[in-house]
Design a protein around this ligand. Structure first.
Ligand code: ARG
Ligand code: ZN
Length: 881
């Protein structure tokens, strides 16, 4: 385990290495418990570097078994080796020299899943961010780029497959029972992009011809017998390659592109050069076992990792503070890809839902940090929704400000200038400035100031003068380490909508820059006057969610209903429905807390049911509109002193009213959207299923028996419908015999499929109410609960903590205590997983006082533990601060 030194790394302390790494030759002799790694590294001292500076290489838990300097064993007085570092002194002033380090590592015992580990008989690696130093001593930082040759020697029977980055050089037998393979990656890369895979796997093969006519071999490796389930991933890969050529002009640059799916993986996937390694959850799919959401995730993540080949690999990050340079940009690229492959507005709604439910709470709590942080104690804790999703939004705003062509020019210049380099956020922004002749200095504050900007808006119409006046004020809340913030450059798309639904164009505008439908808010407070407006318009602001902000704009129910009905921007129509719903939901929570009756505005009911039944709208959009803000959205709206039970009861009350009022509509939708066609995962079919399943959810609320849901479960012929029906049964009728029977049959039917069993755990982990904790503890005793598998731990314990507000926040605090024990236990095996789970407690201060006290107690139990990983120590300290 990485020792907790309490050391903080600061962006301001960045300086280049004293030595330049020219070449890397690695030889692995694989063995489950005693793998030998020989690293031959050629260095020379950087021009201008201190001629007496020693070479200091990073290590983590390493055991050195040999060290040579220019092929000769190095004298003991010239070096110091500890598990964490190797320091070599008295090195040449200018001449290149070769260091050969040998280490011995134990892949089987590597439960952290960082570095080289063995899972289900497959050797694989995860080196981002600092896993390579668990393999050998190395300048393990992203600004050290080198060309790698990799030799792998292993038992032939158990490891017919030997893979690494780049192009295959050759292979042969190697003594009795063994063989070797050599790989060469011509593209200089940092160590975090190194990968090795060995074992016995099945393969799906295809080819892709690039825009310049080169044929690339495509291979997806999966466990034997699962090949058919990789077909969709392969299809998504080819579409990604094509799209990156067409939209960003980026061509693939090796002869082969490989993806390997493994079942024990700490995150989603990893973009190692030419050899992506994936959590198999984001590769494997077929109609019987994967939901529409699974298909969409696979498409997005396959694309994301592929797109990294240019944004991340060809141009990498100078240091880990620049993480958003590759992640925010690559998320933006995968969002655009999915929008082009599917429905753009529906995709946008889903993105914003995700941003609000995950990133906004992060930005408003103790773990808030800028998109580009300036200090960290454990970099693994900065793979956050702020770096990824807010980072993507910042990229999107650049595109909004510069327009499609301006954005393209900036990207082209960025690729041209920085290909082969380790770049910074400044380099990125400068490319857009230089390509467009536009100053983005104020805009850059988005990278440096944490917190979600709060924009207060009011509007007034002067009928005599025919002017509309918009007054806007921005406020960026204080966040840890940042109390005073500068006003930011916030691009707000808008429309002025007339009573008949048509848009009104002003003849002139004063008080700020308005270009096309973008209003640029740059001052702390700004008054914008639109002239030539013939009649009072309704203002639709932040169309398509052009800026990741919270608007405080009290619009009347009538105005919102008009937007919900007429906006041509579908995102804004959905937003208007949300704005109509939220006051109903918060009032309902208040009523529930006082035991008063819950009621729902007729305006909301009418708007919702009109959209539900509107055949001119795509089904996926209608399903989104029917999915009301979540319990955590309502908690965020309420701000503080939250009582999750009241929020839940209030929301259920509103849903019930909608269900009763719309019973006929939902019945018609449920019956009318049946399909006889064979399952297809395309967006339109998925949209119909999502609307039909939303209708089923409402039907179950207005009915008092599980009959309809049980029937839906029995009739389902694909995993989307099956898991939805099971969710409705389990959540609405948790104790019914029908639910028990359905859960049991599901478990038996999918006993051999880990990814489907994860769903079985997830569905039960989210059953609301006080009974949840006992259920979770019971499920942990199930033979199917495998504590060493991160997906399973996340499915049960993670889903409970993140996705079951009433169960997790039990008023007596027992679930927090249970959770603290779990985090401590998981920390012993896998610190990254434990730290990630613990972030579920980041909003504890917003709870009502009794729960908040219990939560603090549980956090302090963790904090008091004598042996915490650096990862968990960092999260718990910041969460309590
Ligand atoms: N770069 C990988 C991805 O795009 C994620 C790696 C996460 N690594 C970590 N140590 N948390 O998406
Ligand atoms: Zn990424």
């Amino acid at each position: 385990m990485r020792t907790d030194t309490g050391r903080i790394i600061h962006l301001a302390d960045y300086r280049p290495t004293d030595f330049v790494l020219e070449r890397v030759d690695l030889t692995f002799e694989l063995d489950p418990t005693e793998t030998k790694v020989e690293a031959r590294l050629i260095f020379h001292r950087r021009e201008g570097a201190d001629p007496s500076a020693p070479l200091v290489l990073d290590g983590d838990d390493l055991n050195m078994t040999g060290l040579m300097f220019d092929q000769v064993e190095l004298a003991a007085e010239r070096y110091t080796a500890t598990p964490e570092s190797l320091t070599i002194r008295d090195l040449p002033e200018t001449a290149p020299f070769e260091i050969t380090v040998t280490t011995q590592i134990n892949p089987e015992a590597n439960t952290q899943l960082m570095g080289l580990y063995r899972s289900n008989g497959i050797y694989c690696t995860q080196c981002e961010a600092e896993g390579f130093r668990r393999i050998t001593y190395f300048p393990d930082r992203p600004d050290v780029l080198a060309v790698y040759t990799v030799n792998i020697i292993a038992d032939k029977d158990t490891n017919p497959l030997l893979l690494s980055n780049g192009n295959f050089l050759g292979g042969a037998g190697y003594g009795p029972g063994k063989h070797f393979a050599a790989w060469f990656d011509p593209h200089p890369k940092p160590s975090y992009l190194f990968a090795l895979v060995a074992g016995d796997l099945g393969v799906v093969e295809d080819t892709f011809t690039t825009m310049s006519g080169r044929e690339v071999a495509l291979k997806i490796y999966v466990e034997h017998g699962k090949e058919a389930r990789a077909a969709y991933a392969m299809d998504a890969l080819k579409r990604s390659m094509k799209w990156d050529e067409e939209v960003f002009g980026r061509e693939y640059d090796l002869d082969i592109f490989m993806i390997v799916a493994v079942s024990d993986f700490n995150m989603g996937a990893m973009e190692n050069k030419g050899l992506n390694i994936f959590n198999d959850k984001y590769v494997l799919a077929d109609p019987e076992t994967a939901t529409d959401q699974d298909y969409a995730n696979i498409e997005a993540i396959i694309a994301h990792e592929y797109f990294h080949n240019w944004t991340g690999n060809r141009i990498t990050c100078r240091d880990w503070f620049q993480l958003c340079l590759k992640e925010g940009l690559t998320v933006y690229r995968d969002h655009e890809f999915s929008a082009d492959q599917r429905s753009r507005p529906v995709k946008r709604i889903a993105e914003v839902r995700h941003l609000r439910s995950e990133q906004f709470p992060e930005d408003a709590g103790p773990l808030a940090h800028p998109v580009r942080p300036t200090a960290y104690r454990e970099i693994n804790n900065f793979y956050t929704t702020t770096v990824y999703e807010k980072g993507s939004e910042v990229t999107r705003m650049i595109a909004t400000i510069l327009g499609r062509d301006g954005f393209k020019k900036g990207m082209d210049l960025y690729f041209e200038r920085h290909d082969g380099e380790a770049a910074t956020v400044e380099d990125f922004v400068k490319s857009f400035e230089d390509a467009n002749g536009r100053d983005l200095k104020q805009f850059s504050l988005w990278y440096n100031q944490a917190g979600t900007p709060q924009i207060t808006v009011s509007s007034s119409y002067d009928a005599a003068a025919k002017t509309l006046t918009l007054s806007l004020e921005q406020m960026i809340p204080a966040t840890p380490g940042q109390s005073n913030k500068e006003p930011m450059h916030i691009p707000l798309r808008f429309a002025l909508i007339g009573a008949n639904g048509g848009e009104q164009a002003p003849t002139s505008v004063t008080g700020g820059e308005v270009s096309g439908d973008v209003l640029h808010l740059t001052e702390r407070s700004q008054t914008v006057v639109f002239s030539g407006i013939a009649s009072r318009p309704v203002v639709s602001l932040n169309r398509s969610f052009s800026a990741p902000v919270t608007l405080h704009f009290s619009q009347t129910t009538d105005d919102l209903a008009l937007i919900a009905r007429f906006e041509t921007d579908l995102f804004s129509r959905w937003q208007a429905i949300t704005d109509l719903a939220l006051p109903n939901l918060t009032a309902a929570a208040g009523a529930a807390a006082k035991g008063k009756p819950i009621s729902c505005d007729k305006g909301l009911l009418d708007a919702l049911l009109a959209i539900a039944a509107d055949e001119s709208l795509e089904p996926a959009f209608r399903a989104q509109a029917l999915t009301l803000p979540s319990e955590s959205d309502i908690a965020r709206e309420l701000g503080s002193n939250n009582d999750p039970d009241a929020i839940h009861a209030g929301r259920q009350g509103i849903l019930k009213e909608i269900a009763v009022a719309g019973a006929a509509t939902f019945e018609a939708l449920y019956k009318g959207l049946v399909s006889d066609a064979a399952y297809s995962p395309d967006a339109a079919s998925a949209g119909r299923r999502s609307l039909r399943n939303a209708a089923l959810g409402f039907l179950a609320l207005s009915e008092n028996t599980p009959v309809a849901a049980a029937e839906a479960f029995a009739k389902a012929d694909n995993m989307t419908d099956l898991s939805q029906a099971l969710t409705v049964l389990a959540h609405r009728f948790p104790d019914s015999p029908e639910t028990h029977a359905a859960l049991a049959s599901f478990e038996t039917r999918f006993a051999s499929n880990a990814l489907v069993l994860d769903k079985w755990f997830q569905i039960q982990a989210t059953i609301p109410g006080d009974g949840s904790l006992d259920r979770i503890m019971r499920l942990m005793q199930s033979p199917n609960f495998i504590a060493s598998n991160p997906n399973r731990v996340r499915a049960l314990i993670g889903t409970f903590a993140f996705g079951n507000p009433t169960g997790f926040n039990r008023a007596d605090g027992t679930a927090y205590r249970f959770f603290a024990e779990q985090v401590l236990a998981i920390d012993k095996r896998n610190p990254q997983l434990a730290a990630r789970l613990l972030t579920a407690m980041r909003s504890w201060r917003l709870l009502e006082p009794t729960r908040a006290d219990h939560a603090r107690e549980a956090l302090m139990t963790i904090e008091r533990s004598a042996s915490l990983s650096n990862d968990v120590r960092d999260i718990v300290d910041r969460t309590l601060k």
